[in-house]
Design a binder for this molecule. Structure first.
Ligand SMILES: [Ca+2]
Ligand SMILES: [Ca+2]
Ligand SMILES: [Ca+2]
Length: 503
């Protein structure tokens, strides 16, 4: 092709991009709207289904604050890419509340490149099925007769960011009551991209907080909390299995990553491998007052892919071993670690450290003692999130000055201060446990305003404006990876998803 044609082609391509962004449309949904309206901010639609039906790639459907009743929304359309999603977002600063107590089941997503954000659903769930590359952000699903937030089948690449799922209890269940209502469930994916769960909270779910059973693609779950699994009716009763993080049961031996997570007061295990035939990687987690803190139960099957007879309590070997570093169990009470082939080093139990109250700024939170009322009304752990959607700043299980857990860990390429990483989910010092919120515009990377770190999510590239340029006041202002590698300050693209420190 001639140079002239190249230029023409380039002009056409650029023209398409400009047209696409100029033509991105915005629609509005409001409790007093009507689906016969035109969807403008002054003439909003009434239902999210109507917003979906008119929207296309690159469009945004804003849902105004207030109460909506009985939606069963099917999001079947797809965006085009990470920069041309279809966005269904709470209007900035407002809180849409979808009440399914007298009908409706919530939101079903079967489209891809979709971003749903900021909707609270009472007695309804949000489910992604047979899709890929979606974002669920700041969703709050509770009092569901089943799983609160669920991802099944499809080819992955989803991000579940800063979501809450709580008080879910399947009183009417195909198994015994309570056996299937997890806070977050990710299941049945056989191939494709990994999913990421970050900044999420699960509490008072009758079965488990997070459950990856029957899932054969690695998931990274980080900076998330689980409490009160296996309890119902605000902690006044018991049901279900009761694991905080149920990170299995791979039959093909895939490896999930669990890091910087906290589990407390779960009836069974805080962290549980659930029969996986391949080990997970467990870095810097804190497990407090669960039935068992860490349970690495592994199983194998007599035939491939989980068929035949199951053998429990097997010893995993080689690259199938669980890898555990910098974790804290308080009190130290684990299962299937010693003698089961777990690669365990620099955890509190390996170092002979017995955690005690004085190691933490606080070991009391109302979630440990209060029952019979919604925890979000009384517990700092489940109170309001920060403005960017990240987890609230709390004292509970954060390290106290002089803690015996400070600087006792080993470098696993997570951010740390001082001489070495600390044990547990918190790092004492200036590194804020921030893993970012997405910016308000699709396609931009997340920058945390409150820390010196920022996160580049998979599928996003760093815009030039987000990398500080050196100037006379800051002559060496660049971007560094956690391991200290410096990238040029003008780099438009960072090498991969991950956490980087801006210095
Ligand atoms: Ca169960
Ligand atoms: Ca479960
Ligand atoms: Ca440290």
């Amino acid at each position: 092709m001639s140079t002239q044609n190249d230029v023409k082609l380039m002009m056409v391509v650029v023209g398409c991009i400009v047209i696409a962004s100029v033509n991105a449309r915005t629609y509005y949904i409001a409790p007093d709207g009507r689906d016969s309206n035109n969807g403008s901010i002054s003439q909003p639609f009434a239902t999210l289904q109507k917003g979906h039906d008119v929207a296309g790639p690159g469009d945004t459907v804003f849902v105004r604050g207030g109460t909506y009743k009985g939606w069963s929304v099917r999001i079947t359309k797809s965006g085009r890419s990470a920069t041309e999603r279809i966005c269904f977002w709470a209007y900035p600063g407002e809180k849409p509340y979808l009440d399914c107590s007298s009908g409706g089941w919530g939101i079903s997503v079967t489209g891809s490149w979709v971003h749903v954000k900021g909707i609270e659903i009472n007695q309804g769930s949000i489910t992604i099925d047979e899709a890929h590359d979606n974002i669920l952000e700041l969703m709050d699903c509770h009092h569901v007769n089943g799983i609160g937030i669920c991802v099944i089948h499809g080819t992955g690449g989803h991000l579940i960011l800063n979501c809450d799922a709580h008080d879910n209890f399947d009183a009417i269940s195909k198994d015994s009551p309570g056996e299937n209502a997890d806070g977050f469930g990710v299941h049945y994916q056989r191939s494709g991209k990994p999913d990421t769960i970050r900044g999420c909270r699960a509490w008072w779910n009758s079965d488990d907080g997070y459950d990856f059973i029957n899932h054969e693609v690695p998931i990274t779950i980080e900076n998330s909390w689980a409490m009160g699994a296996g309890y119902i009716h605000y902690g006044t009763g018991q049901a279900g299995n009761g694991n905080g993080f149920k990170i299995g049961s791979s039959k093909t031996g895939i490896r999930h990553i669990v890091k910087n997570c906290i589990a407390w007061k779960n009836r069974a295990s805080g962290f549980y491998a659930n029969h996986s035939s391949g080990g997970n990687t467990w870095y810097n987690n804190t497990s407090f007052q669960n039935g068992t803190q860490f349970n690495m139960l592994a199983s194998t099957w007599s035939e491939p892919n989980g068929k035949g007879t199951r053998t429990d309590g097997v010893k995993l070997t080689g690259d199938k071993r669980h890898i555990m570093r910098n974790n804290v169990g308080y009190p130290n009470k684990n299962s299937y670690i010693d003698g089961y082939g777990v690669d365990t080093k620099f955890n509190a139990w390996d170092l002979g450290i017995t955690p005690s109250a004085s190691d933490f700024r606080s070991i009391t939170d109302p979630s440990l003692t209060v029952t019979g009322k919604p925890l979000e009304e009384v517990s700092p752990m489940f109170g309001p999130r920060k403005a960017d959607g990240s987890l609230p700043d709390v004292d509970f299980l954060m390290l106290a000055p002089g803690s015996a857990l400070i600087d006792k860990g080993t470098d696993v390429e997570l951010p740390f201060t001082g001489d070495a990483p600390d044990l547990g989910a918190d790092e004492f010092g200036n590194v804020t446990r921030v893993f970012g919120a997405l910016s308000n515009r699709p396609g931009r990377i997340a920058v945390t305003a409150v820390s010196e770190m920022f996160t580049v999510f998979s599928g996003y590239t760093a815009g030039a404006g987000l990398v500080e340029k050196s100037n006379s006041a800051k002559p060496d202002c660049g971007v560094y990876s956690i391991s200290g590698r410096r990238y040029p300050s003008a780099a438009p693209t960072l090498p991969s998803a991950g956490i980087y420190i801006r210095r």
